[in-house]
Design a protein around this ligand. Sequence first.
Ligand code: ADP
Length: 510
Amino acid sequence: MLPKNEICILNREIDIVRTPVKICHVAAEIAPIAKIGGLGDVVYGLARDTARRGHELAVVLPKYDILLEEDIAGLERLPGVFDVEFQSAVWSNTVWKGAVSGLQLFFIEPHHTSHYFNRGCIYGCDDDVERFLYFSKAASEFVRKELQPDVLHIHDWQTAIMAILARENSNAKILLTLHNLDYQGRCSPYELEKIGLDVAAYYNAGSMQDPVYPEALNLLLGGIRHADFVTTVSPTYAQEVQHSFLGNGLESIIKENAAKFRGILNGIDYEYWNPETDPLLPAHFGPRESSDAQKNQPTIASKGYVKRALRQHLLLEEAHRPIVGVICRLVPQKGVDLIRYAIEAVLEKGGQFVLLGSSPIPAINEEFYALKRRYGENPNVGIALQHKEVLAHLIYAGSDIFIVPSNFEPCGLTQMIALRYGTIPLVRQTGGLQDTIFDHDYGEPSPSKAQGYTFKDPTTEAFDAALTRAMSCWKHYHNVWRKIVLEGMEHDFSWKKPGEEYLKIYQGML
Ligand code: ADP
């Protein structure tokens, strides 16, 4: 039995988690209707988890022209407009309301002559800083007038300035999540004038002046200093950004704020990413060899059917070979050199290689288009250079091995999704990859947790050694492989535990 004082602490924690909180996320992305990468998945998954626990949730986003409107229930324009002062002029804005998977969403549509969110993209415009400063200012106004949350949860540099703007006009406690320190919103100090902030008050070493480029202002830094609490997306990355170059210039500032900083491992939404029910798959499968007739649950056998469908889709030949998959933004962070190297390495070892990716960097894009042409006729290579949700599901489910050779990775979701779909991850030991995937051959931290392959050095030799081990297990030890697959699918990377940790932070701030 627990000692009395520990029971008191436990009860207090349970009470904290149960008291309903009114939470508002403001972000640039949400899956699946406006998503580029993990940010969209995290906002969707975390908000849904908190809503399921009985808390009041709203998410505020820009009204992009590329929103997948057909996937938004009850999308409607709210009556009236509200005004925002920006660059010494007053602009009106319309708000749209709708729902995705039961989540209440609000979309802000500026009537600004620069058409900030009618650009056919989420990011990548020359005036991104201006676009998201406008959005942050408008969202602060809207949240104050209409939502009045207890907690305002903002994400990345795009909404970091709300830690200052919303503080001026609301009592909400503010939590900032850092999804990737590679993107900080460095800009001219005079950008602040556009949102009516006094440049002199914030452009100084104690506030938002960038420590690496002192002539610049750093929006993320402002968020870190002014938010009530700051999280990042895995415990290892939380250490890396304080103690290595991965802090990208902000390491000492994060260290100074360590008392209000924590790494919480992201989850994935287990309803959305579920091989037993996924509506985007041609067949369903689950973590079992056989099913009792009454329950009629899908077995692992149907994964083979999805593998065939993947081959047909990418025009690969039907053969007894493992499929090695990768899905990512093609940017240096993701280890594009090793991804390129992997094509030949996989072929040499008798496998098939599939890649789904897109790049915002023209030189990388061209390079991968050249690879696509070079392997165009090869029946063992499929390269799709696009952003396509349906194909992503088919690759997660139809592959045998999934590689994530990142140079750094704040958390990474693809390795967790792959594992849930019975596809064994092979990852570099960094950031969240290190917190989630453990090497089967070494059995650490415990054999039941070790359902993947890992390598440490970002070199072709280290990658190759791990790939050889994974592919030879697939080829020569069928029963061992099957066991790894089934046990890996049973891992719990849902939002259950991280969702609880976020709730404790929300309540703790209040
Ligand atoms: P990051 O946020 O750095 O891009 P994550 O691993 O955290 O990386 O999240 C990536 C998310 O984006 C996953 O849901 C993945 O399936 C998705 N994704 C990445 N590239 C593509 C693509 N080309 N098509 C479809 N989905 C993609």
